[in-house]
Design a protein around this ligand. Structure first.
Ligand code: AMP
Length: 281
């Protein structure tokens, strides 16, 4: 696996690969890799001839009180996993490389970003759109891979690609879960064993909601309350939001129809976890 740190070196290698007719796949990550990230890599390996993974803990998507400094960094392990996954290129820029002094241009999606995590993390999606735009311009992939775990993120990226006429495809990869149902996340590394047990309430409550809907429940308030009650039954889990939203517009729904997403964000201590499920009425 080739490892690059600069944009110029990365561009040179990508150009060479393109000259050989290779189809480029990109998997953007913030590292502390787990099987969720690797499922994106596996999909990229199936579709493309030259797979690039970026690891960059992007400062512009973290709020001032968030975990940018503390975010888990496990580069030695990450490199091993990516090497085993037969990744062709690991792009590992520094913050200075991506945001040199006097950097002053940002990308903002103005609609889908207002909902869900956009409310509790102001500026987060501006940071995401900006870094993803930069990565698309540096790597120029044919396909970029994003996880359904961050459902709002991938919908915003798709919207940005459409609105700004980027010439690439976005592929969404399903949520990878631990055997007990917990959605894999780099932030799970923050959890102690008691918090890990409590975190199971998130995916359990989504399964509960699914059963309720299968039995015919269509009232979103009732569904959200069931979820909230289940989560609140575990002490010290603080709900940020439980929402039922339209799968495309991300607007909150009152009565179920079409394709919709149940999205949850909670805090376990200082750790913020998210999860979701896509369903059809
Ligand atoms: P992150 O490193 O957390 O920024 O995630 C990088 C990419 O991996 C994003 O597109 C995430 O949605 C995706 N991802 C993270 N966790 C999972 C998971 N459990 N299942 C599928 N994709 C995931």
């Amino acid at each position: 696996m080739i490892v690059t740190k600069t944009i110029s070196e990365t561009r040179r290698i990508i150009n060479e690969a393109k000259k050989k007719g290779k189809k480029i796949g990109l998997v953007p990550t913030m590292g502390a890799l787990h099987d969720g990230h690797l499922s994106l890599v596996r999909q990229a390996k199936k579709d493309c001839d030259f797979v690039v993974v970026s690891i960059f803990v992007n400062p512009t998507q973290f709020g001032p009180d968030e975990d940018y400094k503390k975010y888990p960094r496990t580069l030695t392990d990450d490199k091993l996993l990516l090497g085993r996954g037969k990744v062709d290129l690991l792009f590992l820029p520094t913050a200075e490389e991506m945001y040199p002094q006097r950097f002053s241009t940002y990308v903002t999606e103005g609609n889908l970003s207002q909902f869900l995590c956009g409310k509790s993390r102001p500026g987060h999606f501006r940071g995401v759109c900006t870094v993803v735009t930069k990565l698309f311009n540096i790597i120029t992939p044919g396909i970029a891979y994003f996880g359904q775990k961050d459902y709002q993120q991938v919908e915003i990226v798709k919207k940005m690609v459409k609105d700004l006429n980027f010439s690439l495809k976005i592929k969404t990869v399903p949520i990878a879960r631990e055997e007990n149902g917990l959605a894999m996340s780099s932030r799970n590394k923050y959890l102690n064993s008691s918090e890990r047990k409590k975190a199971l309430a998130i995916s359990q409550s989504l399964s509960l909601a699914k059963q309720l809907i299968r039995k015919g429940e269509r009232n979103c308030k009732i569904i959200k309350n069931k979820i909230k009650n289940h989560i609140r039954s575990k002490k010290s889990v603080k709900i940020d939001y439980v929402e039922v939203v339209d799968a495309k517009t991300l607007e909150p729904k009152t009565k179920l129809s079409d394709r919709f997403v149940i999205a949850i964000a909670v805090y376990l201590g200082k750790t913020r976890l998210i999860d979701n499920i896509i369903l059809e009425a």
